[in-house]
Design a binder for this molecule. Structure first.
Ligand code: ADP
Ligand code: ZN
Ligand code: MG
Length: 492
């Protein structure tokens, strides 16, 4: 049946989304004092001191490690590094902010401009995290100050995203960048990375002219899925309101994971509510005057970034996007793969075979035994030199693919005391004998005159058919390469 294309009616509304992302940075100490920065500390209020508790007469001291993380991120997104920077006090009163203000950067962020995953970024600045409050304990609130003063990076995007999936993918890419740079673990469930989505809808004409609708802001989304779902929900809610002739209220909303709905939290505060002013206790800084902040110094310990690595894996190794993604998401797997002494330009077939045995067979075994969360910790279970030798053996044609899988399973099982793959092949009788394939090949050819005609007519599929028959008749013991050669010889 022929399908007829149905023209989609042009949407009456275009959603517009801008993201604000906070990420706790991995540093030895807090942003302005020497307290330990330990997100895994379970005992409350142990990593605290007079500075991060906001006692009078104390003075903050800048954490250069945190600044380096943000500057590296600035380079990674292709942003402009500020020459001059200063710190501002953002004033508000809440139990989680012991000084009565948060030290942040307002007018002079460390980084402006840039892009991640095709989305333009506005700025990246550095601030301090708040304490953690717990409200649900017998009408009392508890505050844990271990997190107060932990370095927090904030990145803001331009309002250039128009669908939920792009927003989710932006957040995924940012998490990867933070991890690749060693700037933070950015675990969303642990609150180490928190996403706020600003969402509005407007007509296509207004959107094209940069006239967006009134926005709402959904706060503290703690998974990629909730980012996507909250945005989709909020777009639908706003469109319904507008269709009903009502107005969108500019406000901060929360995301109810159970109900899968956003809900109103409070009227949006604007920047004048915070009475920002430069913090007089922290020296202003010229970035270019600090040697360790120089681009060359930062570049020196910047790793290959995900985008470059993706291009290299697709180009040099000819991997599919799905295969590439697996390596990008799992740096330990990449390290193992790149440890193989194969030459990616002259040994392309070998590399291809290694990818297959690694991703399907080896990782399959590991996942089965150790689960999605832990398999990668066991990636060195089969020694790299044994894995490499096995792939070479399979490529040489001395064993067939069934034999290769047997040897892999043996290396995996006997990981504490593994023998050399060639020795295993010998012991298990997996080495292919140079049997005379000719009689079998001749018989198959004689029985299939129609396929012979196809072959003579230049159909490549015919040869594949013959090789398949050869594998079948030999019960998988023949080597496909040898079979191919024998068929070509017999077919003339
Ligand atoms: P505010 O002052 O309300 O915090 P900002 O101008 O600082 O607003 O922008 C905060 C975030 O909201 C940015 O990511 C920006 O791209 C996004 N944003 C601004 N206006 C809109 C809008 N009308 N619709 C969607 N996102 C928006
Ligand atoms: Zn402290
Ligand atoms: Mg803002």
């Amino acid at each position: 049946m022929k399908e007829t294309a149905v023209a989609q009616p042009a949407s009456k509304y275009i959603p517009t989304i801008g993201l604000e992302i906070h990420a706790e940075l991995a540093t030895k100490s807090k942003m302005f004092c020497s307290c330990k920065n330990d997100p895994d500390e379970e005992k409350p209020n142990v990593n605290i001191c007079p500075v991060c508790m906001g006692h009078p007469g104390t003075l903050p001291v800048l954490n250069r490690e945190a600044i380096r993380h943000v500057l590296k991120m600035g380079h990674a997104v292709g942003g402009t590094i500020a020459d001059f920077t200063e710190w501002d006090r953002k004033n508000y009163f809440y139990p989680d902010i012991p000084k009565g203000y948060q030290i942040s950067q307002y007018k002079h962020p460390l980084v402006t401009g840039g892009a991640v995953a095709g989305v333009s970024t506005t700025r990246i600045h550095l601030e301090e995290d708040t304490a953690q409050s717990t409200h649900d304990i017998s009408e009392k609130s508890l505050v844990n100050f271990n997190r107060a003063g932990v370095p927090l990076m904030e990145l803001v995007t331009e309002p250039v995203i128009h669908d939920a999936l792009t927003a989710g993918n932006f957040a995924r890419e940012l998490q990867l960048l933070l991890q690749y740079l060693g700037a933070g673990e950015a675990n969303m469930e642990k609150g180490e990375m928190r996403v706020e989505a600003n969402i509005s809808v407007a007509s296509p004409e207004d959107t094209a002219a940069g006239k967006f609708g009134t926005k709402t802001e959904v706060k503290n989304l703690n998974s990629f899925r909730s980012v996507e779902r909250a945005i989709a929900y909020e777009i639908e809610r706003q469109v319904k309101l507008i269709e009903a002739g009502e107005k969108i209220v500019q406000e901060t909303r929360g995301w109810d994971e159970g109900k899968q709905k956003t809900f109103s939290q409070r009227a949006k505060e604007s920047s004048h509510d915070y009475r920002y002013f430069p913090d007089p206790d922290i020296p202003k800084m010229k970035i270019s005057e600090v040697p360790e902040f120089a681009p060359a110094a930062l570049q020196k310990d910047m790793p290959e970034l995900p985008a470059a690595k993706r291009a290299r894996y697709a180009g040099d190794f000819g991997m599919t996007p799905k295969e590439v993604a697996m390596f990008i998401d799992t740096p330990e797997l990449s390290a193992y793969f790149e440890g193989l002494d194969f030459n990616s330009s002259s040994e392309k077939k070998l590399v291809r075979l290694a990818v297959n045995y690694l991703l399907t067979d080896y990782v399959g075994l590991l996942k089965k035994d150790f689960g999605e969360a832990d398999w990668v910790k066991k990636i060195d279970r089969i020694k790299l030199n044994h894995f490499g030798a096995l792939v070479r053996l399979a490529q040489s044609g001395k064993i067939n693919s069934r034999g290769a899988k047997d040897i892999l399973a043996e290396l995996y099982r006997n990981f504490e005391n593994p023998a050399d793959p060639e020795k295993i092949a010998d012991e298990k009788g997996l080495i292919q004998k140079d049997i005379d394939l000719k009689p079998m090949v001749q018989k198959i050819v004689d029985e299939n005159p129609a396929v012979v005609a196809d072959y003579k007519a230049g159909k490549q599929a015919a040869l594949q058919f013959f090789i398949g028959q050869g594998m079948k008749v030999s019960k998988g013991s023949a080597n496909p390469e040898a079979l191919k050669a024998a068929f070509i010889a017999v077919l003339g």
